[in-house]
Design a protein around this ligand. Structure first.
Ligand code: PMP
Length: 408
């Protein structure tokens, strides 16, 4: 694979110029200058080879956060060691952990009657932990299935309780969200589960459904912290961090405290939310490095102006991409119901068929537009444009799409 200098506008333009594309903007050299702790000169060699990574996750991290990690890597703030090496019970790490939680609480506006858990095992572990904690004696949970991750969640829950698929958009190949008026909810259900953003299909809830007294549970793995969250409308929110927040290795769970305390007798100790909450997510060794890095991201998002500002930036980026698709006269096709198009994951196909798609992906890859291939289960292309994808990355992609259309 050809490497591409994405931090130099000149080099990017030159590469695009060879393909008759001129990138309209130079790319994140400015980000290097903004880096608080290193000089541009020191950062240049490593950052010069960075690509725009459109992967669904793990995904791009903010360059200034990576720079700060680099600065702290060998000797964290004069402690004489890396965060990766220090005791999780020592005062330095305890400070990192408590600041991370406090900053997340401030960023999201998490009410005091909600616990925040930083747990290993990713979002997939929560597919099991949620029924074991929220339905300790079994019962029924309702699931709204709008994509592949919802299918996985329901399959796992079924091992621990009864499940009711209250609505599914399978008939449309998961390209929409069934209208709430059609949901066949169970009176007295233990919870209602949704996936707020289906990463593979690119389908995103735009409103929080009203489930009355039944706790609403949402898998926010792929749109966590991409926009404001009205936490009190949910019983439990969960998601892996490796898309919008930090390096892989952790899920963040926000759970109303009255919902936890008892578990299914088969619940592993490590999945017991109450135990983890009572031990501030440190019953055992926590994912220290991921907590630290995620904490830097929380601080960055607060500095950016919070989740309203983050949402605005995400809306602008997504609009650039959807406008390019919609304005292409069918050259590029979005399979998703326009009402529910995700701001984070933008799947699209090429009307011209599979061979053209292959050529598109190959040329994009050669330009340093990384991991645009659609999920293996659906094919086509998919651009994941999480919080840390700079607007310049989306601009480079839409420039390439326009040029590719003109010459193919
Ligand atoms: N839910 C969604 C919506 C996801 O996108 C993913 C990961 N792609 C998962 C759950 C599973 O996450 P993890 O790999 O952290 O278990």
């Amino acid at each position: 694979m050809a490497t591409c200098c994405m931090t130099s506008g000149v080099a990017l333009s030159a590469r695009f110029a060879g393909k008759k594309v001129v990138a309209r903007r130079s790319v994140p050299a400015a980000t290097v200058r903004r880096g608080a702790t290193v000089t541009a000169a020191a950062a240049a060699p490593a950052t010069a080879a960075r690509k725009f990574n459109f992967s669904a996750g793990p995904a791009m991290l903010p360059l200034d956060v990576l720079e700060e990690c680099k600065e702290d890597m060998i000797n964290y703030k004069g402690t004489g060691m890396s965060v990766m090496e220090m005791s999780h019970r020592g005062k330095d790490f305890m400070k990192i952990a408590s600041e991370a939680e406090a900053d997340l609480r401030e960023l999201v506006g998490i009410p005091d009657n909600y616990k925040v858990l930083f747990l290993q095992g990713g979002a997939s572990s929560q597919f099991a932990a949620i029924p074991m904690n929220l339905a300790p004696k079994g019962g029924v949970a309702d699931f709204i299935t709008t994509g592949a991750w919802g299918v996985k969640a329901i399959a796992e829950a079924k091992k621990y309780m009864d499940v009711n698929e209250a609505a599914t958009s399978k008939a449309s190949n998961f390209s929409t969200i069934p209208d709430a008026s059609e949901w066949k909810l169970t009176p007295g259900a233990k919870f209602v589960h949704i996936c707020s953003n289906e990463t593979i299909g690119g389908v995103e809830f735009k409103d929080i459904p009203d489930t009355g007294d039944v706790p609403l549970v949402a898998d926010m793995s792929s749109n966590y912290l991409s926009k404001p969250i009205d936490v009190k409308r949910f019983g439990l929110i969960y998601g892996g961090v490796q898309k919008n927040i930090g390096p892989a290795g952790m899920a963040i769970i926000i759970v109303r405290e009255d919902l936890i305390g008892e578990t299914n007798p088969v619940c592993p100790t490590m999945f017991d939310y109450k135990l983890m909450a009572d031990n501030e997510s440190m019953y055992n060794t926590p994912p220290c490095w991921t907590m630290y890095t995620s904490g830097l991201v929380f601080k960055k998002l607060l500095k950016m102006g919070g989740l309203e500002a983050v949402e605005k930036a995400n809306q602008a980026k997504a609009k650039m991409l959807y406008d390019t698709i919609d304005g292409s006269d069918g050259y590029y096709v979005s399979p998703v119901d326009p009402k529910y198009r995700s701001l984070m994951n933008v799947p699209f196909t090429l009307g011209g068929g599979a061979d053209l798609e292959k050529k598109f992906l190959k040329e994009a890859d050669a330009l340093g537009l990384e991991s645009l291939k659609g999920h293996r289960s659906v094919g086509g292309a998919r651009a994941s444009i999480y919080n840390a994808m700079p607007v310049e990355g989306v601009q480079a992609l839409v420039d390439f799409m326009t040029e590719f259309k003109a010459s193919n």
